[in-house]
Design a binder for this molecule. Structure first.
Ligand code: ADP
Ligand code: MG
Length: 723
């Protein structure tokens, strides 16, 4: 096939395809969590004492009693086998954004040659995967070669159904023999524990005697694109890099073309229904809706859950989206910027902290006392973002998210806090010492019950902020669509732990002077605002002006991953993780190494693809077109058609420029003598990336010059509008 034949065939196949008929929706109550080994299933199948013991581990975080493991394992296996599972897998979350699993059969061969199904407590609790190929940033060279998985009792086991059968999946942590965290789950659990400890101290100082374990919650909104698989399979860039490395954005206005748009919803809706059903069975509380920002782009947002469970569910959700898309003849793109010039995809991480006795600690209450408590926690967050903004930026630093951050459609790379007009006013007043009742607009005396009643103002939204207060939680909007939410959650919990610890110490010292509690709170909050108020920003985060203001305020603007990741090597970040017990220095350093390697690798892979696609797809097409023109230009001139000459000249010039830029990129990829990883990252950001963009720029212009029938790649218009 040559030129656009394959494209034409794809369009034909897509427009003539039969949409998978929608399934009759199952009743939610019937399928809800049917594939989850939930507390209620445990209660039904375990002896009372065993159930009580395991429940207190799950609910109250008490240590797992090893003597109950055998009973739980047997019940789990019986349940799984009754649902058709013959295999089990310890699922873990390595330092990539992926999910990893190792499958084993329940089968056990006996001495007499017979087989029985077996699953012991020992196997449930600990596994030894062949994890040698997972990135570990040098940890396992220093310590022990093998990595071990250990059951995370707080995240329920579940059955994953695929066309190849069902598997019992057990969420686990992944650690080295000497206990170093090799995954994203261990530090997440540690960050929750650190935050709990500090929050407990503060709550007690605020006068609470009954303080339950404080944990963090997360609700993640996932954006994604759906592209027909017939097109995707013709784009090496989509297959290998998850984004288009070439492609001319459609002319403005085309996204409203009815001809293309009409067919979208039905097929996508059937897909969404299938996704939801799978998620419901897995106990993932999904709710979907279209996202209207870009054609072909959609969003799914489950209800919020405990951070650890939400994070596991988020990983499952990404897997389910990808698998289900395949089944429906789509490719699901989770990349942050699959199409240049078209709106990108993020993952808004809604985050709050709370417990069973005091509730959501980021929810302004009705009474002055509850408000004081809310302001303390909110102030701690403000301090955290100011002190550790660069770390937040590092936690969302990937090669793919760099395409989004700082562009005028996504939050800037500058970390700031948006509080909403009312709350911003309150904190401003705390800073100046005059607290005003924001409802009555009257100045109140600074003193006892003076913290103003706060009304929830969910309508007050600023979409241009990377980190916004939205009524009863913060929304971290700069997180990338393909990312695990664990990294951002670890940073948020850890910086809050540090801030709460500081708040606790300040309160203690004020109270020990005999100062009254509310006055002490105001003193602490005043000092938060004086030292850290610069991070609060309610204006337009997309504006050029903000970049200037932010610089004046001393806020970091880490534009690329190459700028951001070295933050992980800074002393104050090392201190933060060490004193909170979330990451030992060696664990932190390994993360820097792994993320830096991933950044470099993904840019190198893309750059090589740019070279090969330019050489083997685009160049041949333009040569073919040019020779066709060359051979007809004489006869066309005879007919009085003169324009072709101009067009041929332009196409020839663009082809030459593209070839020369491709050569430069190729040569640039041959440099290997770097003294540090950081230096190599900078080289990728400042030399390789711009050269890739240059090749692309010429190629995309060529796309506008060459006759469509010669163009070898499915166009943006086709991929985005034909479904
Ligand atoms: P948006 O208006 O930003 O598009 P959505 O309503 O789509 O918001 O999604 C909001 C997300 O925030 C949901 O996942 C929701 O469950 C979650 N959420 C709501 N309250 C909290 C909370 N207290 N803590 C964490 N997440 C929350
Ligand atoms: Mg949102």
């Amino acid at each position: 096939m040559s030129g656009n034949e394959a494209r034409v065939q794809a369009v034909h196949q897509i427009t003539n395809r039969q949409t998978m008929p929608p399934k009759t929706p199952e009743r939610l109550e019937k399928i809800w969590a049917e594939n989850v080994f939930s507390l209620s299933k445990m209660q039904a199948s375990l002896p009372k004492s065993v159930y009580k013991s395991i429940k207190s581990t799950i609910v109250n975080g008490e240590k797992l009693d090893p003597s109950v493991a055998d009973a739980v394992a047997t019940a789990m296996k019986d349940w799984a086998m009754s649902r058709g599972a013959l295999y089990y897998a310890h699922v873990f979350y390595p330092m990539t954004n992926l999910t990893a699993e190792k499958h084993d059969g329940f089968i056990s061969v006996q001495a007499d040659g017979n087989v029985i199904s077996e699953f012991s407590g020992k196997v449930l609790v600990q596994g030894e995967p062949d994890g040698s190929s997972f990135p570990n940033g040098g940890i396992r060279d220093t310590f022990e070669a093998r990595g071990y998985t250990a059951w995370d009792v707080t995240s329920p086991a579940y059955i994953l159904e695929t066309d190849n059968g069902s598997t019992l999946c057990i969420p686990t942590v992944f650690v080295s023999w000497t206990g170093e965290a090799l995954d994203k789950k261990v530090p997440l659990l540690r960050s929750i524990a650190a935050m709990d400890k500090a929050a407990n101290k503060v709550l007690k100082l605020l006068g609470h005697t009954d303080v339950a374990r404080v944990s963090s919650s997360c609700g993640a909104e996932q954006e994604y694109f759906l592209i027909d698989a017939n097109f995707a399979s013709q784009r090496p860039d989509l297959l290998l890099a998850g984004r288009s490395l070439f492609g001319r954005p459609p002319a403005k206005g085309q996204e409203f073309d009815d001809h293309y748009f009409g067919a979208i919803p039905e097929r996508v809706q059937v897909f969404m229904q299938d996704v939801e059903e799978t998620l419901y069975k897995l106990g993932i509380p999904a709710k979907t809706r279209h996202n209207e920002v870009a054609p072909g782009q959609f969003e799914i947002a489950p209800f919020f859950e405990a951070a650890n469970v939400a994070s596991d569910h988020q990983q499952m959700l990404m897997t389910v989206l990808r698998h289900t898309a395949k089944k429906h003849g789509f490719m699901c793109l989770l990349h942050e910027k699959p199409f240049a010039g078209i709106n990108g995809s993020g993952k808004h991480v809604n985050w709050s902290v709370g417990n069973a006795t005091q509730g959501n600690l980021l929810d302004p209450g009705d009474s002055p006392h509850e408000n004081a408590q809310f302001l303390v926690f909110c102030g701690a967050v403000i301090r955290g973002v100011h002190k550790y903004g660069p770390l937040m930026r590092a936690a969302i630093a990937t090669a793919s998210n760099d395409h989004r951050l700082g562009a005028n459609e996504a939050p800037p790379a500058i970390m700031s806090v948006y509080l909403g007009t009312q709350l911003e006013e309150v904190f401003e007043q705390i800073k100046t010492g005059a607290v005003v009742d924001s409802k009555k607009k009257g100045v109140m005396e600074l003193g006892v019950d003076v913290l103003p009643p706060l009304t929830k103002d969910a309508g007050d939204r600023n979409r241009t902020s990377p980190f916004a207060f939205t009524g009863n939680r913060f929304e971290f909007r700069a997180v990338g669509s393909s990312q695990s939410v664990s990294g951002p959650l670890i940073v948020l919990n850890t910086m809050l732990a540090d801030s709460l610890e500081w708040v606790g110490n300040c309160l203690e010292s004020e109270l020990s002077k005999g100062v009254e509690l509310n006055t002490a709170i105001l003193t602490v909050l005043k000092s938060v605002m004086e030292e850290h108020g610069a991070v609060v920003f309610g204006g337009n985060g997309y504006s050029e002006e903000w970049h200037k203001i932010a610089e004046e305020r001393g806020l970091a603007n880490l534009r690329t991953t190459a700028d951001a990741l070295p933050v992980l090597q800074q002393e104050y970040v090392k201190d933060l993780f060490e004193k909170t017990g979330v990451l030992k220095p060696v664990e932190l350093e390994s993360r820097f190494e792994v993320y830096a390697e991933q950044y470099i690798l993904s840019i190198e892979v893309e750059a090589r693809l740019v070279v090969s696609m330019a050489k083997t797809l685009i160049y041949p097409a333009s040569v073919e077109y040019l020779s066709k023109l060359a051979s007809t230009i004489g006869s066309l001139a005879d007919l009085g058609v003169d324009l072709e000459k101009e067009s041929a000249k332009k196409a020839a010039e663009l082809t030459n420029s593209m070839v020369s830029a491709t050569r430069q990129l190729s040569a640039a990829l041959n440099k290997h003598d770097f003294s540090t990883t950081a230096e190599k990252m900078q080289y990728c950001a400042t030399t390789i990336r711009p050269l890739m963009d240059e090749v692309r720029q010429y190629a995309d212009s060529l796309e506008g010059e060459i006759a469509d029938s010669y163009w070898p790649l499915p166009t943006y218009q086709e991929m985005l509008f034909i479904k």
